[in-house]
Design a protein around this ligand. Structure first.
Ligand SMILES: Cc1ncc(COP(=O)(O)O)c(C=O)c1O
Length: 455
């Protein structure tokens, strides 16, 4: 069977972001640091770290060795029915140490979607334990993304993702707008935008009746929705609303956790401590799938340590020892190499370089970023309130590819989230290529317009 015939069996084949490329060119075989090599042996800068996953970079022998050692010592033992295993316990203790505030108890799962499922389930069980059984609803944000299970699609705010499942929708999962300064500028200053969105969020909870609402779930930066970065002050307002209306705050840090935004966790930009923190991706940098819902002690402590009563149901691979060993090795690399600080420094350098060179182009609405989570948001130069046509923005994927860089352009937004081990020379190279692709697109847009005017 040829590679093309094999690839044809993958479902990925059914959605094409790069319709001009043969499937085999998109088959990747090797990675090292910020680079990946495809089947043809071409080297690319992995400018989105896979799916904003590979935080420590590709090809780390320390993680491979930790996986090998744990696999040969004890490849599997559950963390259910009071059993545990050493790497799971060590990792839970490590997470209690590196997360902010009193986030102390980890319930492990496999994917980011499941981490959010667990957070929502813990919230529900918490209110049952507190004797308030009517609290079950979860309020989320428009443009938010929390996973690909039916449960997490209930709290998804991206219409093309949740609409196919609307016939299955449960009542009581409403979505409120998130602050999106580029699009909300008409509403005033950052502070006014935050206040307005916070008021709408509080109203949404009140309208549902706080006595029926278990939690608000939100991403500190809305990643799949277009790397939307609400102004600082937003999370503090959400925390206030949760406290005032007695609902739990679930921070979904599946993408933003483990240094992506220049702090261990993005909530730390505002010194906010959520009740539940969902993490995945960067916890192992993708070497092995793993996720966790990390609970604040005031939540976890309502579940007695000696109870025999069932509460949140874990899955088979909860606390998988090999995945937890990979996570410990991964976090060790982050600490030893100062990757969190590097993310803050390199993110600033990347954003400054892109802003300086293309920030003033008519198609560029905004260059924004926090740490190494960055976006260029494009606007229609004739009508700057409107996004640039999505096929034009999408063409940046191919323009990058031709120059040996893999960014992620979709909707009106070009997204960048390279591995956190990127150095200054590599940042400069990445910025230069990305700017070239944007300048090329600008030329094409300007030329097309002139041609249209000439006709
Ligand atoms: C913020 C956020 N939450 C949850 C998820 C779902 O994670 P997974 O795909 O591992 O289920 C993602 C995935 O991209 C995400 O970005």
């Amino acid at each position: 069977m040829t590679d093309a015939e094999m690839i044809n069996h993958l479902w990925t084949h059914k959605t094409q972001d790069h319709p001009h490329l043969p499937d085999e060119a998109m088959l990747f075989e090797r990675g090292e640091g910020i680079y990946v090599w495809n089947k043809e042996g071409r080297r690319f800068i992995d400018a989105f770290a896979g799916l904003a996953v590979v935080n420590v970079g590709h090809g780390r022998p320390e993680i491979a060795e930790a996986v090998r050692a744990q696999t040969s010592t004890l490849a599997y033992y559950p963390t259910t029915r009071q059993f545990s295993n050493r790497p799971a316990a060590e990792l839970a203790a490590k997470l209690a140490q590196i997360t902010p505030g009193d986030l102390k108890y980890s319930l492990f799962a496999v994917s980011g979607s499941e981490a959010n499922e667990r957070s929502i389930q813990i919230a529900r069980h918490y209110w049952l334990k507190k004797g308030r059984p009517k609290k079950y609803k979860v309020i989320a944000l428009q443009r938010g993304y929390h996973g690909a299970t039916i449960g997490t699609l209930e709290v998804c705010g991206i219409p093309e993702l949740f609409q196919p499942y609307e016939p299955l929708a449960w009542p009581g999962f409403v979505k409120s707008p998130a602050p999106y300064p580029l699009r909300d500028r008409a509403q005033g200053s950052d502070e006014q935008i935050v206040r307005r969105c916070a008021d709408m969020l509080a109203d949404a909870v009140r309208k549902e009746d706080p006595e029926t609402v278990a939690a608000i779930i939100l991403e500190p930066c809305l990643s799949s929705g277009g790397i939307i970065i609400p102004p600082l002050g937003w999370l503090e307002r959400v925390r206030d609303i949760c406290d005032e209306l007695e609902v739990l705050m679930i921070a979904d840090e599946v993408i933003t956790g483990f240094g992506r935004t220049g702090k261990w966790f993005a909530v730390e930009h505002e010194s906010v401590v959520p009740d539940l923190l969902s993490v995945a991706k960067g916890i192992t940098s993708g070497y092995i799938p793993l996720s966790a819902s990390i609970a604040h002690s005031r939540i976890a402590d309502v579940f007695a340590g000696d109870s025999t009563e069932e509460n949140v149901h874990p899955n088979t691979y909860c606390g998988h020892p090999v995945a937890c060993a990979a996570a410990l090795a991964n976090i060790g690399i982050m600490e030893r190499e100062g990757l969190i600080e590097n993310s803050a420094r390199m993110g600033e350098r990347l954003q400054r370089a892109i802003e300086a060179r293309v920030g003033g182009l008519p198609i560029v609405g905004e260059v924004r970023g926090r740490g190494l989570l960055m976006a260029v948001d494009f606007v229609d130069p004739q009508n700057k309130d409107q996004p640039l046509a999505r096929d034009l923005v999408g063409s940046l994927n191919m323009r990058g590819w031709k120059r040996g860089v893999i960014p992620f352009a979709r909707g009106s937004v070009l997204r960048l989230a390279p591995p956190l081990c990127i150095d200054s020379a590599q940042v400069d190279e990445l910025a230069s290529v990305i700017c070239e692709t944007i300048e090329e697109l600008q030329d094409e847009v300007s030329r097309t317009r002139k041609d249209r005017v000439a006709v």
